[in-house]
Write a protein that binds this ligand. Structure first.
Ligand SMILES: *Cc1c(COP(=O)(O)O)cnc(C)c1O
Length: 436
């Protein structure tokens, strides 16, 4: 495999074209048009299985993996998750609606969000969502009221902030005391919310949740978080006699966007964390709760790729070069939002040496509409060439917009030599369909 290939689902064929899951992406661009999102179904399924196997090694069937579907949410992904016997995380009524529409059994869903509206709470209950992950006290009262109206007992987990910094980028770090998410152990609020939850009639407290951030490559932060959570659980058992049945350790498992980023074996990564959890609970003389992990990016990111057609190539001598593509921040906002890294290739010129570097930019009226800066390109790059941006399976389609009234690309799922549209291309009529 080429050194600059960051995932094993990448190859080059004898035409010098980039292939994803063995399929020529230049041919796919011709067939489906660009911009185009591609997803490798086998990779998605293999990732689900790798996470599950690792959890099973440590915990037997006393663990489950919930796919954090905010990473990419459309009906077919929920069908795949159902087939793979995964749980899912949802963060909005829109995701609940999509999953329900796909026939996903919502008793296997965990509902997150730091601000669930009254309507969200009611909608989730009416759709039979299994667990609410409660962010704050206020939410508990809304859940109690709505569960009371329906005469049900709603199972909940409490989102706890363990008070650690996962050392990732600020915007994606969520475990610190001053985070907008959850109730902190350090301030005593985590204990208070536990006591409140236990007293509420139509609420059954199943345990705790924490999520320390995203793009985490070292087990350290997870190990620290699990020790803090285990000690908190021990503390609750001792001080108020409540012993948690579930501990959800969140997601945030790092994914490679650049060849220079570390390659992690998710099985050994998860097993390291799992063994620490077991050891800590054993030492504290606690029964081992059901353990949940919630990968989003780790399931779908490197299954995805975005294909673009080159338009204008602009050279500003002694300054910078621009290669403009027919997509941009509307289909991938992550560079514009937090300077995210990506690896790009001229997909129809894979065997051509790189002759110059260019900023790959989108077509929006916005200088910040950049996919990536300083990308090595073959000197012959020109209008009509095909560019592939790797690792776009997570937080690309799900963050896509219609800025400049640009329609969103379709998603084409690749599997065993076949391809199928799982989200069709948006039309101009779709964009106008809401206008009076
Ligand atoms: C976003 C999120 C995840 C998934 O994060 P990834 O970095 O995509 O793995 C999991 N749990 C919660 C609560 C989240 O907010």
């Amino acid at each position: 495999m080429r050194k600059d290939f960051i995932c094993e689902n990448l190859t080059v064929n004898d035409k010098g074209h980039l292939c994803l899951a063995g399929q020529d992406v230049v041919a796919l661009a011709e067939k489906y048009g660009t911009p185009l999102y591609l997803m490798d179904e086998e990779r998605i399924r293999n990732r689900c299985r790798a996470f599950k196997e690792a959890a099973n090694i440590c915990f037997g069937d006393k663990a489950f993996i919930a796919y954090a579907s905010k990473a990419v949410s459309f009906k077919e992904i929920y069908r795949i998750m159902q087939e793979e016997k995964m749980y899912i995380d949802v963060v909005s009524s829109g995701e609940i609606y999509t999953a329900a529409n796909a026939g996903f059994p919502l008793e296997h869903a965990l509902f997150h969000s730091n601000n669930k509206t009254d309507e969200d709470v009611a909608f989730a209950m009416d759709n039979g969502v299994g667990y609410f992950v409660v962010d704050n006290e206020e939410e508990l009262f809304v859940i109690e009221r709505e569960a009371g109206k329906r005469n049900i007992t709603q199972r909940v987990l409490l989102r706890i902030t363990p008070g650690i910094d996962s050392h990732t980028f600020e915007a994606v770090s969520t475990g610190k005391v001053d985070s907008k998410f959850g109730s902190a152990i350090q301030t005593g609020q985590a204990k208070i919310i536990t006591e409140i939850a236990l007293k509420r009639k139509n609420i059954s407290l199943s345990g705790y949740h924490c999520h320390i951030g995203s793009q985490i490559f070292s087990t350290d932060a997870f190990l620290k978080a699990s020790i803090i959570m285990a000690n908190f659980i021990a503390d609750m058992k001792k001080s108020i006699g409540y012993e948690a049945e579930i501990l959800d350790m969140g997601g945030g498992f790092g994914v490679r966007y650049l060849p220079s980023e570390p390659k992690t074996d998710i099985k050994s990564f998860l097993v390291t964390i799992g063994e620490k959890i077991k050891e800590t609970f054993y030492k504290l003389n606690l029964k081992l709760p059901v353990i949940i992990f919630e990968p989003g990016r780790g399931i779908v990111a490197d299954a995805g790729m975005t294909i673009y057609t080159v338009g204008t190539v602009k050279k500003i001598p002694d300054f910078v070069n621009y290669v403009s593509i027919d997509g941009g921040m509307t289909d991938n906002v992550r560079y514009a939002m937090y300077k995210a890294s990506y690896t790009l290739f001229a997909a129809n010129k894979m065997n051509k040496k790189s002759g110059f570097t260019a900023n790959v930019v989108g077509r929006c009226c916005e200088s910040g509409d950049i996919i990536q800066k300083k990308v090595p390109m073959p000197a012959s790059i020109k209008r009509g060439d095909i560019i592939a941006c790797l690792t776009t399976g997570a937080y690309n389609y799900s963050m896509a917009s219609n800025y400049n009234r640009i329609p969103r690309p379709p998603i084409v799922m690749l599997n065993k030599g076949d391809s199928r549209i799982v989200v069709r291309r948006e039309t101009f009529a779709d964009i106008c369909s809401l206008d009076e």
